[in-house]
Design a binder for this molecule. Structure first.
Ligand SMILES: C[S@@+](CC[C@H](N)C(=O)[O-])C[C@H]1O[C@@H](n2cnc3c(N)ncnc32)[C@H](O)[C@@H]1O
Length: 248
């Protein structure tokens, strides 16, 4: 086990020197604009992208959520930095699903559904009770571990049962992220999340012995992410009884 400290946040705007790849990037939360930061990552150097971008829902507290322009701008950069034969994995809005396939350099692979029995997101048909995670591919990557494509969880309350309240508008359940990472990545792989928010992808990576690179534009979310990581890695024992089940 290793303990990360607050120094793992690098502030791209305040740093007096240029960020160096890979030493300033791996297992770091970098405060800055992902569209700038990703340009510092060399071509074909990332094993998988796992992300949860702003996708046009105008969610309060999420920068860049007015439209899909951020997503469209980061897509070609993600393609560039990903190794050949790798996966690009992203949560996306059901409302704007057709737009996911426009201007998209990746090939569609599969969809994985997170069923949320307590979900109460308004939709034209009443309440939506699922969210989707889309798997795209660059080249012909192999699935590492076969699993199912529907999981169940209770996101939307900004609470992780083993951590308590997460002070971010849209934290995603790390148990679900871990299930997906186990399917599409291997130990020691390097996973990029350009929109890391409260750090769920980083925690999932560290708990599964994957390396991560996380970008986040809001400083307060960077601190939340690092606090979560420190708490988990410093020996904080999740309550097994309360741990979320992702079985359906
Ligand atoms: C949907 S949230 C991600 C939540 C994350 N999956 C979690 O579990 O906490 C999207 C995040 O992208 C960040 N963001 C928006 N524009 C950004 C940009 N240009 N560069 C980096 N991060 C950005 C937002 O501040 C927000 O925290």
């Amino acid at each position: 086990m290793f303990i990360l400290s607050m120094e793992m946040i690098l502030d791209a705007n305040k740093l007096e020197r240029k960020l160096k790849y890979p030493e300033d990037f791996i297992n770091k939360i970098i405060h800055g604009d992902c569209l700038e930061l990703i340009k510092l990552i060399p071509d074909n150097s990332i094993d998988a992208v796992f992300t949860d971008p702003p996708y046009g829902l105008n969610k309060e507290g999420i920068t860049g959520d007015a439209d899909l322009s951020l997503f469209y701008n980061i897509l070609p950069e993600c393609y560039r930095v990903l190794k050949d034969n790798s996966f690009f994995i992203t949560f996306f809005s059901t409302k704007f699903l057709p737009q996911l396939f426009k201007n998209n350099p990746f090939n569609y692979f599969w969809q994985i559904v997170l069923f949320c029995p307590e979900g109460k997101v308004k939709s034209p048909i009443g309440y939506t009770k699922f969210m989707s995670c889309f798997i795209f591919k660059k080249g012909s990557p192999k699935v590492i571990r076969r699993n199912k494509d529907i999981f169940v969880d209770t996101p939307g309350k900004m609470v992780e049962p083993d951590e308590g309240y997460i002070d971010h508008p849209t934290p995603k359940p790390k148990h679900f992220i871990k299930e997906i990472l186990k399917m599409f990545t291997q130990e020691n792989d390097l996973i990029l999340d350009p929109f890391i928010g409260s750090g769920s992808t980083a925690i999932a990576c560290l708990q599964l012995n994957r390396r991560f690179i996380g970008f986040e534009i809001e400083e307060k979310y960077c601190y939340i992410a690092v606090n979560r990581i420190n708490k988990i890695l410093s020996g904080f024992k999740p309550n097994k009884i309360n741990e979320k089940k992702t079985e359906l």
